[in-house]
Design a protein around this ligand. Structure first.
Ligand code: NAD
Length: 360
């Protein structure tokens, strides 16, 4: 198969970690007889430096024409003083909007060799921790009307509107149910239907989609209870579907209980197959250029690209197995280093993983 991939290396450790993910993709292409064409484009601080804007038009055009986008990270202290629309992060929000990416997928999986890095007790993690949060990404409170004003009694007051329409809930629910079918077949829809109208609509639509998917086990859960259950008994979850604000908070909670930031991938998907794949961490300017960054989150993001945008399940699993193998052999980058393990740089970690990618 031939696939065109836009590559945004970005700032800080972005170029270092993306280079390692490219090694893994090239190895997959060689083993499975695919052709991946990579086109590098600018976004973030490096784009501001080169052409004066964080998201050049050319970048948007190339990303739109590509089958998928691989992103490192953007931002850094050099560009922190810029105006809102001329900061690196504006590039990120702009590309998500330009590609219509409404579904954010964040898996949180505890890899057995990294059990020690998990913040939960072993009696909890022994039951397993392998869940996927599907967060609505372009609706709700982050995109509703907002204003700050002085009320009639002279109090400074702020309002953020949390708005959802049926079609927005329906499309994200469909993504969640489809993904659950490829996993363990269970969906938990998270809302605050005991208080919020938008959540009551959410629940109504989620039930409708559940009725259309009787093969998928389904349950509702209030968001406050979910926050508690994630640390009490995460093994009960397979796919969690939720709105933007709740998903933002719960996905950070779920990722952090597994351990290191450097291990966690993400995907953002839209109506078309084209998705944006990136690690959940930032550009880590404090360690940029030192060859100490952990490239695994980016390599696993590339695996998600193969699975979700290209329907290459075997190829995605081959990368994930190679990551597991390297960790089982006790190679560790500095952020996940523990006693008795072998300290490995970013490049060496990428090489070790690429070498271990094998065809089933
Ligand atoms: P960060 O995620 O970049 O770093 C937090 C800490 O984790 C740092 O100590 C860093 O060294 C470490 N870390 C992060 N990724 C690592 C990796 N792969 N390997 C080893 N250690 C790693 O968050 P921050 O420091 O709050 O932000 C730095 C910059 O990144 C800011 O400009 C911020 O706006 C930007 N940012 C970008 C994105 C994105 O591009 N999607 C996301 C978050 C933050």
């Amino acid at each position: 198969m031939t696939k065109n991939i836009a590559v945004i290396k970005g700032d800080g450790i972005g170029p270092e970690i993306v280079n390692e993910a490219l090694k893994a993709l090239k190895k997959v292409a060689e083993l499975y007889n695919h052709e991946f064409n990579f086109t590098e484009v600018l976004m973030g601080g490096c784009a501001i430096d080169a052409v004066g804007t964080p998201l050049p038009e050319e970048t948007v055009e190339i990303c739109k024409k590509s089958d998928s986008v691989l992103l490192g990270a953007v931002g850094g202290p050099k560009w922190d003083k810029g105006e809102g629309k001329n900061r690196p992060e504006a590039g990120l929000l702009g590309i998500r909007a330009a590609l219509g990416l409404f579904a954010n997928l964040r898996p949180a999986r505890l890899l057995p060799p990294l059990k020690g890095a998990c913040h939960l007790k072993t009696e909890i993690t022994d039951k397993g921790l392998d869940l996927l949060i599907v967060r609505e990404l372009i609706g709700g409170a982050y995109f509703g009307d907002r204003r700050t004003f002085t009320d009639e009694k002279g109090h400074k007051t702020a309002v953020d509107e949390m708005k959802y329409s049926d079609y927005e809930v329906e499309r994200i629910c469909r993504v969640g149910f489809d993904l659950a079918r490829k996993r363990r077949g269970k969906v938990t829809s998270v809302d605050k239907a005991n208080v919020l109208d938008s959540s009551r609509l959410w629940r109504e639509i989620a039930h409708k989609i559940s009725a259309e998917n009787p093969d998928i086990e389904y349950g509702d859960m209030l968001v406050d209870n979910t926050a508690m259950q994630l640390v009490r008994n995460p093994a009960q979850f397979d796919v969690i579907i939720t709105e933007n604000l709740f998903g933002d908070i719960l996905s950070d909670e779920a990722s952090m209980i597994t351990g290191s930031l450097g291990m966690l991938p993400s995907a953002s998907l839209g109506e078309t197959g084209c998705g944006l794949y990136e690690p959940i961490h930032g550009s880590a300017p404090d360690i940029a250029g030192t060859d100490t960054a952990n490239p695994i989150a980016t390599i696993l993001s590339a695996a998600m690209m193969l699975r979700y945008s290209f329907d290459m399940e075997a190829e995605a699993s081959a990368i994930e197995r190679a990551v597991d193998k390297v960790l089982e052999e006790n190679y560790r980058t500095a952020d996940i280093m523990s006693e008795g393990c072998i300290l490995t740089g970013c490049k060496a970690m990428g090489d070790l993983i690429a070498e271990r990618i094998r065809k089933d």
